[in-house]
Ligand binder design. Sequence first.
Ligand SMILES: Nc1ncnc2c1ncn2[C@@H]1O[C@H](COP(=O)(O)OP(=O)(O)OP(=O)(O)O)[C@@H](O)[C@H]1O
Length: 271
Amino acid sequence: MTPEAVTPEPALLEADRVDVVRGGQYLLRDVSLTVRAGEHWAVLGANGAGKSTLLSLLGAVEHPTAGTVKVLGRQLGRVDVRELRAHLGHVNPRHPLRSPLTVRQVVLTGTTQTIEPDLWHRPTAEQLDHAEELIHTLGIGHRAEHAWTTLSQGERGRVLIARALMPEPRLLLLDEPATGLDLTAREQLLESLDELRARYPEVASVLVTHHLEELPGSTSHALLLRDGLTTAAGPATEVLTTELVSACFRHPIRITHSEGRWSARTRRGAE
Ligand SMILES: Nc1ncnc2c1ncn2[C@@H]1O[C@H](COP(=O)(O)OP(=O)(O)OP(=O)(O)O)[C@@H](O)[C@H]1O
């Protein structure tokens, strides 16, 4: 080994030449993706491109029709997926909670991975401290005693990220976390994600979105999907380009990257 050789970070997710076929239709075809510790991937594509299908494989919710998926080193199909899911932070913006639990209580349900509090489980002092730390990191300390039912959508999004981080997952999966947020709420959410990534540098994440404006500045890599196929994948600055994003969305788009953030608009005269 040469002195300059650097050992790569361990792969937390490895999808290798994955197909997903449902109802005789390819939802994903020959998709490969490796996510290492500290990497923050964005998965982008138009409606129906297969983004949520890919995230459900990575979250051990669905199995591939062909190819292999290894999550935290364990291959789907050969492992108890419930046990595996306990080590993943999966943020579902459609969290089905209806009861007026407080923010703190909702965050603590992350330890048991239940929607309602598990009455048989008393949180330990460490878990209570960890919940406080996450609540503050996500900027919702002033809402800790407020009921879930009274929170805005943006506040709920941040509560769900704190909840997902309770079991100290090495991998955070985020499905369109900024959808439906107003400008301030979106910016606060993205800022929280940047802070979180700085605070827990060993955690990796995969974030699905349609919109480049919804990418945190800490996004390190991107994968572009079109009709279930990967059109580009790699470091964000190489993939989120005018040419590659236009090809992915089949639309002449101009991409700008300024102060660490991306934006997209139609290229005038090129339609
Ligand atoms: N169980 C299923 N059987 C057949 N087709 C399905 C099934 N689930 C999803 N699809 C189709 O697969 C395609 C990919 O769906 P998916 O939800 O992964 O796309 P997406 O990129 O997340 O879309 P969106 O941006 O609209 O959320 C869509 O055309 C969808 O209608």
